[in-house]
Design a protein around this ligand. Sequence first.
Ligand code: FES
Length: 198
Amino acid sequence: MNEDDADRIDRNRRHFLTVATVVTGAVGVGLASIPFLASLRPSARAQALGAPVEVSIGSLEPGEMIRVLWRGRLVFILRRTEEMLSRLPQNLGELKDPNSEVTDQQPDYSANEYRSVKPEYLIVEGSCTHLGCAPLEDFEVRPSENWTGGFYCPCHGSKFDLAGRVYKGVPAPTNLRVPPHRFVRDDLILLGQDTGAA
Ligand code: FES
């Protein structure tokens, strides 16, 4: 190996180390900024490979929502109260797809009035179906704005109700996507795997 080759290899190695450090740092910041309340079981390597993720929901109180990562995607798990569930039929005429007829957006077992396996637990990807921004939760009722609570995407103003159903007149074309999942126990969800019947 001549001196030029050795120098080039050394420069390439330094470049690789720099890139690796930046990526690791970026991942660290991203994870740290998400308020995880759930415990996630699999290793980081398993998650990166897209393995199913167990999410403990035993400490999730009615009205609370947690965010978890699955396959690098943000997933919202909202435990809806009875009062929240009672709001779901109120704005049906203003929704684009109130009956979950766009079949790509949820498994069959979530194509119901709650868009969920168990009515109280809404599980949707936190990715706006317009261009993929993360919607913000806004669960308060504001009759003056005809708002019964749900999710608001600040990027271009798309709105979704408490079942992740998109409103008419906004850029997002479809409801928030329900990922495959199933309940292992009442307090444990397996995200990313189902039996076809949850
Ligand atoms: S990305 Fe959400 S409205 Fe455009």
